[in-house]
Design a protein around this ligand. Structure first.
Ligand SMILES: [Zn+2]
Length: 73
């Protein structure tokens, strides 16, 4: 099983990520992130999560639940 970065298309071989012009077609290929693109993707996710949590709604869900059974005790 070899891993191909779905962002920069580099291929992991023996623990290192290299750019290749062609893929070895006799092996199973799985798509993922190389460490660099993974870090970038995580940074983007954290940014999105930050925007979502900063956009309000703190406690709103709890308030709704409280009105219908108080499961947020
Ligand atoms: Zn990558």
């Amino acid at each position: 099983m070899i891993r191909v970065c779905c962002v920069c298309r580099r291929i992991e071989t023996n623990g290192t990520w290299e750019t290749r012009t062609c893929l070895p077609d006799h092996q199973w290929i799985t798509h993922g992130y190389c460490p660099e693109c993974f870090a970038e993707a995580m940074a983007e996710v954290e940014e999105l999560v930050g925007e979502l949590t900063a956009g309000g709604g703190n406690g709103t869900a709890c308030g709704v639940m409280d009105g219908q059974g108080g499961r947020c005790g």
